[in-house]
Write a protein that binds this ligand. Structure first.
Ligand SMILES: Cc1cc2nc3c(=O)[nH]c(=O)nc-3n(C[C@H](O)[C@H](O)[C@H](O)COP(=O)(O)OP(=O)(O)OC[C@H]3O[C@@H](n4cnc5c(N)ncnc54)[C@H](O)[C@@H]3O)c2cc1C
Ligand code: SF4
Length: 594
């Protein structure tokens, strides 16, 4: 084939968190790795020096770090039978578009999922009876276990936390519950690498209020590092200055966990690692027998096509792109909701969220002191941490009082109801309310349904003539009931804290649409599991259909936890990479028998 590159042991498609973690593990094990990234090179000193980093107009309003819609978008519809239309503006989720991926401009909330999240089906049946599980499945939910338990994941979470330098306080050390940490978390074997962040005024108020109500507040584990730290790869990070320009921005301070700050300085020095930037993978190419792939076809920025041969192909191109690349490569069978056959595109979910805003007359909330992951949360109503016997839903939400950012442009609508939104009255109201506003956010679970899925769009194509990914999704009854219940708890907390003029935004009150952002977390479509009839990947994230294809990302989650996804993505990446270099490379074939 024209422009064929030398063969690699492993080719990595997309160099965000998942790709960087895998490349680090695999090159350290001695394998020859080529990463192909469609975005440009970015590093802290050239792209995000402190003078440039807090440019809200450039990074947050104009979203300059995100992938342009002209490069790729998705189409969307609420249900099968509707005509899907292309999404023209990034809101409900955003695509990364540079070396480091969205890990460059994420907020940094660094959660382990609950043990329950990995075994939703089994644990629901065990606690509430098989009949209850059957009932939920009967109304269209597709509940299934991940094929891996929290206990199996714990060492990989630990490894990713050490690389990222995550700040926090343990709430469950080897089974011992510790007040002040998250007492609902699964057991961890040691403390976080760096201590928890400090409280802002609102966080202290939220902590005191929720504690007084009998709940268990704790500081959110953060990829905004609380003190200087040297990670196991020898990379040094600096303490967060609570600058308030975090998500959608890079961090000029070397304080936010990111591939740039934590992995690339070590990875780029390794002679067995190569990265091709501004080069897009079009699809993987199969061998004649269709059982394995021989490499990937790519196109450079100049429009030149090429081929990268490799023994193993790792698709780490973000949740949506992972699914699309599998479909474009003809690996596995497209999920069909009418027959329930096929696994690619199955179990798509979003995240069910709401927010409650209150105003505190005369308060000095000082929201310009902030961090991407700065907040206090209660998990008393998350996952299965509370009794659902008398409730008509499963799952729950973390309920957080946050101080994530006080960006002046984005906050200009956060004024009391009844005020004009323009002119001198708006200016007066904004000057007052900027200091007096506070938010509570419910970040909830999301359960997949039979009717929500991803597929290739029959009409719309990208600039290379390949079909766009089509999203078919709407809120389901279970998730709506869950968020109604947890939002009520958030309102009670806001009232108890003394918030006035309370405003509630529950996203599920209207049909889902991609133009509203409550969460950037979109999951599923290429899910892991132990049954090839209901999962695309085995528990090591290896394709059931092509054994030398592995895919890592939130695409592998069969259901969404009430948390942000990235720590789980990173932990799964470590686990998949170890399975490749410890087992697969010496003995290629399925790691799990179908
Ligand atoms: C504003 C924002 C805030 C967030 N905050 C949080 C948070 O607080 N906590 C949390 O846990 N998560 C958060 N997230 C989510 C988090 O960023 C993602 O979970 C994480 O970055 C996913 O890592 P990834 O490696 O799977 O994908 P990405 O980081 O998206 O990396 C994938 C890479 O693949 C490249 N790529 C895609 N297709 C191709 C192709 N065909 N060829 C070559 N390259 C390709 C992309 O350019 C990209 O660089 C946030 C996301 C955003 C956008
Ligand atoms: S808040 Fe902290 S981690 Fe985020 S950009 Fe500012 S200094 Fe960096």
């Amino acid at each position: 084939m024209a422009n064929e590159r030398p063969k690699a042991d492993v080719v990595i498609v997309g160099l965000g968190w998942a790709g960087s973690v895998m490349a680090e593990e695999l090159t350290r094990a001695g394998l020859n790795v080529v990463a192909i990234e469609r975005g440009a090179w970015r590093d802290t000193s050239t792209d995000f020096p402190p003078a440039v980093d807090p440019d809200e107009l450039r990074w947050h309003t104009r979203r300059e770090l995100l992938q342009p819609m002209s490069v790729e978008t998705t189409t969307f519809r609420n249900k099968t039978g509707q005509q899907a239309a292309p999404v023209r503006n990034w809101n409900a989720f955003q695509f990364g578009w540079n070396v480091g991926g969205a890990g460059t401009h994420w907020a940094g909330m660094s959660w382990r999922f609950l043990p329950w999240d990995f075994e939703v089906a089994t644990q629901t049946a065990e606690r509430y009876g098989q009949e209850r599980l059957d009932g939920l499945m009967g109304e269209g939910l597709q509940l299934q276990d991940w094929g891996v338990t929290y206990e199996e994941m714990a060492p990989y979470y630990d490894r990713f936390e050490r690389i990222a330098g995550t700040s926090g306080k343990a709430g469950n050390l080897n089974g011992e519950k510790i007040k002040g940490g998250n007492v609902f978390e699964g057991p961890r074997e040691r403390e976080y690498p760096t201590p928890q962040l400090k409280d802002t005024n609102w966080m202290s108020m939220y902590r005191d209020t929720t504690e007084g109500m009998g709940y268990n507040p704790f500081t959110i584990p953060a990829g905004n590092i609380s003190q200087a730290y040297v990670n196991p790869l020898g990379v040094t990070m600096g303490p967060c200055t609570y600058c308030g320009f975090c998500d959608f921005h890079g961090c000029g301070n070397f304080s936010k966990s990111s591939p740039q700050a934590c992995i690339l300085p070590a990875l780029m020095r390794r002679p067995n690692f190569t990265v091709l930037t501004e080069t897009e993978v079009l699809h993987a190419v199969k061998h004649e027998d269709g059982k394995t792939v021989k490499g990937v076809k790519f196109i450079t920025r100049e429009g030149e096509e090429g081929f990268q041969p490799a023994d193993v192909v790792c698709i780490t191109a973000y949740q949506m792109d992972n699914v699309r690349l599998m479909l474009l490569s003809g690996i596995g069978q497209q999920y069909d909701p009418s027959t329930e056959r096929g696994t690619i595109g199955r179990n798509y979910s979003y995240q069910t969220c709401s927010s409650v805003t209150g105003f505190f007359s005369g308060a000095k909330m000082n929201p310009f002191i902030g961090g991407g992951a700065l907040g206090v949360q209660i998990d008393d109503f998350n996952g299965d941490n509370f009794d659902h016997s008398d409730l008509d839903f499963i799952g729950g939400a973390g309920i957080m009082g946050y101080s994530t950012n006080g960006r002046p442009i984005a906050n200009m609508n956060a004024i009391r109801p009844g005020n004009k939104r323009w002119g001198s009255q708006w200016k007066e109201a904004y000057a007052r309310d900027y200091q007096e506003v506070a938010n509570i956010f419910c970040q909830g679970t999301s359960m997949p349904t039979r009717d929500a899925y991803l597929s290739l769009d029959p009409t719309y194509k990208d600039r290379h003539g390949q079909p766009l990914l089509r999203l078919t999704f709407d809120w389901n009854r279970n998730d709506k009931s869950m968020i109604d219940y947890t939002t009520q708890k958030a309102i009670e907390i806001m009232r108890e804290a003394g918030g006035e003029d309370i405003m509630v935004d529950n996203q599920t009150e209207a049909s889902w649409n991609p133009y509203k952002q409550h969460s950037s977390h979109t999951i599923g479509g290429l899910v892991m599991g132990s049954n090839p009839a209901t999962s695309a990947l085995n528990p090591y994230l290896q394709s059931w259909d092509c054994h030398n294809v592995f895919s890592v990302g939130a695409s592998a989650f069969p259901n969404n936890g009430g948390y942000n996804p990235t720590l789980t993505v990173g932990a799964l990446a470590v686990r998949a990479a170890r399975a490749i270099h410890e087992t697969y490379i010496n003995n290629p074939g399925p790691l799990v028998e179908a």
